[in-house]
Design a protein around this ligand. Structure first.
Ligand SMILES: [Ca+2]
Ligand SMILES: [Ca+2]
Length: 366
């Protein structure tokens, strides 16, 4: 789009020079006058085009979509202020060859604004639409790279990744069910910060590889920092239900991220696999995460050996995390917080039955 605009500016300027030279060569005063008018009009066009590239176009509009082709088109044409409404109960099967990104079954790239977000939602939250990929071995069912999206009350299934955010800021994922996914259900990656993941239901992940089947994945492994901006900061994960059958950690906070808040979630540990070190509900490897007011149920899954594990994957990370006011139903042998590297302040956590609480560098404040 911007490329096209740039081409049109160059073209107009070129035409303008062309007209001028024709005008000077022409002996007829009448023709010269016409040419001058034409030039004036074209100059105005150039100014208008420049204004469009600096100010986002806002268009308050509801776009109802009934099938996958309409949805793909609506996503491509999305503008700030668009509300894309998915037909009740409809299944939308995405197509990576036409989505606009070869990894994505459905792809939204435009930026919304704070005042005019881009909304993608089901017509009826009680009869949600389903966004579906074709294969749990590859592709992102829903891929968002724009800022200020609101994704509400949709079901997302059958991709290698469920919802992938790359460099998306101030986006809301609310009331979604994400399930039957090959790897992780929701991933905030490549600089995706200040997002809110609220009231979602995440289950049955890791169908392709259990060890990569996280419920929610924040940031990137240090081995991928050359490919992705490690920052995925100040994201809030709240009021979600995770499990059963989330095969890896329910939430994996990667090294290099700051200030993740995890609050008021319910964790059902049935199905955590133990594969690829996935033996806790939460892995915390960034700095300054706050984990509070959550409820964890081990459900007799002996593959879970700690509720929360904290570690240093790379120097300087894993520090100043807080774990407060959580309730954990877990066998006595498992620690509530096990710090292999880094640091934690802990307060007012309760476990049932009585048993191990904290191990490693934990400052207990109560
Ligand atoms: Ca993991
Ligand atoms: Ca682990």
């Amino acid at each position: 789009m911007r490329e096209l605009m740039f081409i049109s500016i160059v073209f107009v300027v070129f035409t303008l020079i062309g007209c001028k030279s024709t005008g000077t060569k022409d002996k007829s005063t009448h023709v010269t006058s016409e040419t001058t008018n034409e030039i004036t009009t074209q100059v105005t066009t150039v100014i208008t085009t420049s204004a469009i590239t600096t100010e986002p176009i806002v268009e308050e509009k509801t776009v109802f979509v009934n099938n996958s082709a309409e949805l793909t088109n609506a996503l491509k044409k999305a503008l700030p202020g668009h509300q894309i409404v998915l037909k009740s109960g409809e299944t939308f099967v995405g197509n990576k060859s036409i989505s606009g990104d070869s990894r994505a079954y459905f792809y939204g790239f435009e930026n919304g604004t704070e005042a005019f977000p881009i909304i993608l939602e089901s017509e009826d939250p009680n009869n949600p639409a389903i966004l579906k990929g074709l294969d749990v071995t590859n592709g992102y069912t829903l891929y968002i790279t724009g800022d200020y999206w609101k994704i509400k009350n949709v079901k997302v299934e059958h991709g290698q990744k469920g919802i992938m955010l790359d460099n998306s800021n101030n986006t809301l994922i609310y009331g979604c069910e994400v399930y039957n996914i090959g790897h992780e259900a929701i991933h905030l990656r490549d600089g995706s910060s200040n997002n809110i993941i609220d009231h979602n239901n995440i289950h049955d992940t890791g169908l392709f590889y259990a060890g990569y089947g996280e419920g929610i994945y924040v940031g990137s492994d240090k081995g991928k920092w050359n490919d992705f901006d490690r920052n995925a900061n100040d994201n809030i994960i709240k009021n979600n239900t995770l499990g059963p059958n989330v095969a890896a950690e329910h939430i994996d906070i990667k090294e290099g991220t700051l200030g993740t808040i995890i609050e008021n979630n319910t964790f059902n540990g049935t199905g955590i696999s133990g594969v690829h070190y996935a033996d806790s509900f939460i892995d915390a490897k960034g700095n300054k995460a706050i984990i509070r007011n959550n409820v964890f149920h081990q459900n007799d899954n002996s593959l879970i050996v700690d509720a929360i594990q904290v570690s240093t994957q790379i120097s300087g990370w894993g520090f100043q995390n807080e774990v407060n006011d959580n309730t954990i139903y877990i066998d006595s042998y498992a620690y509530i917080v096990n710090v292999f590297g880094g640091s934690v302040k802990a307060q007012n956590n309760t476990r049932e039955p009585m048993g191990n609480m904290y191990k490693g560098n934990v400052t207990v404040l109560n």
